[in-house]
Write a protein that binds this ligand. Structure first.
Ligand SMILES: Nc1ncnc2c1ncn2[C@@H]1O[C@H](COP(=O)(O)OP(=O)(O)OP(=O)(O)O)[C@@H](O)[C@H]1O
Ligand SMILES: [Mg+2]
Length: 282
């Protein structure tokens, strides 16, 4: 009898610290042929992309290539911008996110957002967290809801003795974790983050990155970042966007490449991705 043996190739399939295994993508969102317009202007053209369940997906690319525009489509925030319009399809768990029967307010409850600049309400720390659950008519003990959200956002220990204090008295990094806690308090499934660390120092940034990794056990996260090390550190998959200029001189954002983060950063297939990640462009 011949022993053929089995060789199992050793393949790195995810970002260095990222949780979970990205080998098979279990889609929460499936985007096909998405184009986004502001009035007549086509800001983003023909994007095809999937967002994996309980993964961190990073969107990177030069300024103006449409990262925020695409991100805002995931919770229909673009609906709030006069003249903005999305064409193509975004499926959320197989359902058309832009279908007639879909309530955009419920969409935004399930798919929360954290912005570049921390934007706490000018209220107490407690009321910042309790606001969303109260609006949603959450029953049960509000104190527990507040504690749980602050604990998940790794802020509880720092604020538990000053919950009645105004949230604007917190540091920038604490305010951003508060905003993440506020997003979590309404029990979303997905958290969208648009450059959540760009206003923070390196220590606060590390805290938010650690927090993202914790949260990815329970939530699906999509993050826009200009910090490529951050994308490489935290994400499972990366989408690289750029902007093409057409013959009329108009710029249109495009998705160039979407793959496992380790592959995008070590062996991209498109020259434009390689130029961007090696700093030759953008
Ligand atoms: N509210 C708006 N109205 C009109 N045009 C807009 C609006 N928001 C964005 N745009 C345009 O759409 C294009 C993509 O912008 P977007 O903000 O999505 O880019 P981005 O990749 O997020 O850039 P940055 O990295 O600078 O944040 C740009 O040309 C921008 O001017
Ligand atoms: Mg942006």
């Amino acid at each position: 009898m011949t022993d053929i043996g089995t060789s199992i190739p050793s393949v790195t399939v995810r970002g260095p610290q990222a949780p979970g295994n990205t080998a098979a993508l279990d889609p929460v969102f499936t985007v096909s042929d998405l184009s986004v317009f502001y009035g007549e202007y086509e800001a983003v053209r023909q994007v095809d992309l999937s967002i994996g369940n309980r993964e961190i997906t990073a969107m990177i690319g030069p300024s103006g290539c449409g990262k925020s525009t695409v991100l805002r489509c995931f919770n229909r925030m673009n609906d709030l911008i006069p003249g903005a319009r999305a064409a193509g399809k975004i499926l959320y768990h197989g359902e058309d996110l832009y279908g007639d029967h879909v309530d955009p307010i419920e969409v935004r409850r399930r798919i929360g957002m954290v912005f570049q600049k921390p934007n706490p309400f000018p209220k107490s720390i407690y009321d910042n967290i309790a606001y969303g659950p109260r609006v949603n008519g959450t029953k049960g003990k509000m104190d527990e809801v507040v504690e749980e959200a602050l604990t998940q956002a790794a802020l509880w220990d720092e604020v538990k003795d000053k919950l009645k204090q105004n949230a604007l008295s917190l540091s920038g990094g604490q305010q951003q974790r508060l905003c993440i806690a506020r997003a979590i308090a309404v029990k979303p499934e997905v958290i969208l983050m648009d450059e959540p660390c760009s206003a923070l120092d390196p220590i606060a940034t590390t805290k938010i990155e650690d927090l993202m990794q914790q949260l990815a056990r329970d939530y699906t996260i999509v993050i826009v970042t200009h910090n490529m090390q951050q994308a490489a550190r935290v994400s499972n998959r990366t989408a690289f966007f750029t902007a093409d200029v057409d013959d009329k001189g108009e710029r249109h954002g495009r998705l160039v490449e979407f793959d496992e983060t380790s592959r995008i950063f070590t062996n991209p297939t498109d020259q434009r991705t390689e130029d961007y990640i090696t700093g030759r462009f953008g």
